[in-house]
Design a protein around this ligand. Structure first.
Ligand SMILES: Nc1nc2c(ncn2[C@@H]2O[C@H](COP(=O)(O)OP(=O)(O)OP(=O)(O)O)[C@@H](O)[C@H]2O)c(=O)[nH]1
Ligand SMILES: [Mg+2]
Ligand SMILES: [Zn+2]
Length: 303
């Protein structure tokens, strides 16, 4: 994140047309409403937006948002802007890892210029063959991508410090299935209960997903969001160029340099370096899923 000037701030959340603003240096926090013009423009302020503000003269809502600065990226669902990093979280125990969801989230992040990080939770629960197998399988599928991988669990904190370092000074969000431990990890990073976790929400009788609105939490020079809604991301909504989708797989992109055709789809072409690759270069199951996802993208496209 760039350094902000005296009249700039980050939007932490928006509720009922009011926005909570925050800045680390020099420290600032305040509530603002946007100037009328945004409503006409369709560009409405989002959590993560860097904005310019001024005084409103109203003691109840002391600031107005004058301008939204250009966005690095913005997501429609969950609605937020300027995300630097996506913490894609999967469980080594239950719920069973959804490899398609992980693949989709990885591509989505790459395509939107967001750095993906993989986090595997519940390492403490690995005590039989089937969980050991799910650990090996996750590592084997994603090690060739070279995306950072962190393994965490109850009382297993050896990767936690590295994770903390990686997210310094970044706007980050959690993504992954319900119950994998996103809120648990967020609370662990903060060292306090900021988010309701599974147990609590069940007790409160509020069903599965706990968080409804998007909120960024300032944490050691970073902004962290515990965002519901990433499960629903759909690559076909992006109206992607299928070749751009292919290029969002780093291990494919690397191997593709040696394919005979430079627009190789790596599905059936002769002299395809991807089809000839070893499981250490690209995992066979990830390649199978890639085929299916690319087919979906191609058939959903309107030519
Ligand atoms: N043993 C163990 N349990 C964990 C770990 N991480 C999370 N849990 C438990 O898994 C359950 C779900 O955790 P949450 O943090 O609420 O999961 P979540 O990903 O935030 O789920 P949603 O908010 O529904 O998306 C809770 O009962 C946690 O205590 C872990 O590393 N080890
Ligand atoms: Mg949660
Ligand atoms: Zn190829």
């Amino acid at each position: 994140m760039e350094k902000l000037t005296n009249n700039q701030a980050v939007i932490l959340k928006g509720v009922g047309g009011q926005y909570l603003l925050h800045r680390y240096e020099p420290y600032f926090e305040g509530i603002a409403v946007p100037r009328g013009i945004f409503r006409k423009d369709e560009m409405s302020p989002l959590p993560g937006d860097i904005i310019q503000y001024s005084l409103s003269g109203d003691p109840d809502i002391p600031y107005v948002i004058d301008k939204i600065l250009p966005r690095k990226n913005f997501l429609i669902r969950p609605p937020m802007a300027n995300l630097d990093m996506l913490l894609i979280t999967a469980s080594l125990e239950l719920p069973k890892a959804d490899f398609f969801l992980i693949d989709r989230l990885l591509s989505y992040a790459v395509l939107l210029n967001i750095e993906p990080i993989l986090i595997f939770t519940k390492y403490d629960l690995i005590d039989n063959q089937s969980e050991k197998k799910s650990y090996d399988e996750l590592i084997a599928n994603y090690k060739p991508t070279k995306f950072p991988i962190f393994v965490v669990g109850k009382n297993y904190d050896s990767d936690l410090k590295n994770l903390k370092n990686s997210i310094k000074n970044q706007v980050v969000a959690f993504a992954g299935q319900s119950g994998v431990g996103k809120s648990t990890l967020l609370n662990h990073l903060f060292n306090k209960e900021v988010m309701l976790t599974g147990d609590l929400s069940t007790k409160a009788g509020r069903g599965k997903q706990t968080t409804r609105h998007i909120e960024l939490f300032p944490f050691e020079d970073s902004y962290i969001a515990d965002t519901p809604g990433f499960q629903a991301i759909s690559l076909t909504d992006l109206d992607l160029d299928p070749q751009d989708f292919t290029n969002s797989y780093p291990e494919l992109k690397k191997l593709a340099a040696n394919c005979q055709f430079n627009n190789c789809t790596h599905r059936h072409e002769p002299k395809c370096a991807v089809l000839a690759a070893t499981p250490e270069e690209i995992h066979p199951n990830r390649l199978l899923r890639y085929n299916q996802l690319r087919n979906e993208i191609e058939t959903s496209r309107k030519y």
